[in-house]
Write a protein that binds this ligand. Sequence first.
Ligand SMILES: O=c1[nH]c(=O)n([C@H]2C[C@H](O)[C@@H](COP(=O)(O)O)O2)cc1CO
Length: 142
Amino acid sequence: MTEKHTIYFAGRITGRRKYADLYQRIVEQLKTYGKVLTEHVANPTFEADEDNAGLTDVFIHDRDMDWLYECDVIVAEVTQKSLGVGYEIGRAVALNKHVICLFRSDSEKRLSPMVAGAVGENFFVYNYKEDQLPEIFAKHLK
Ligand SMILES: O=c1[nH]c(=O)n([C@H]2C[C@H](O)[C@@H](COP(=O)(O)O)O2)cc1CO
């Protein structure tokens, strides 16, 4: 029987939403393992929605920190550089959360050593192809 998790999905929002479709496919898989607190990250029109909603920076930060406290696992798609995602990962480590970082192996970018080198008991980094995601999620979340 699959344990139900509370999952914080992190991915780049600011700037180009090149990976929004990928983020949506990841979130759909994560939802089979429990509750995803941050589904909005995978919403391709999110930036525009957020502008319309007029949320303040403090509101967004405090809401996301509450979700970080609440989650038991953070899954971060780190192929697209993002200050917000880096911050969330650091805060999650400080909270002793289970951290899974996903970096696309076909990317021509280099993952920061501050993430790639942080592997440990609760911190995992995968250079992945998309068809490997089901196996990765099953290993950590089943
Ligand atoms: O409006 C937002 N809402 C929000 O939840 N975030 C969080 C969730 C994402 O995992 C992360 C993205 O940060 P950034 O915007 O620096 O790419 O920060 C970030 C922003 C700022 O775009």
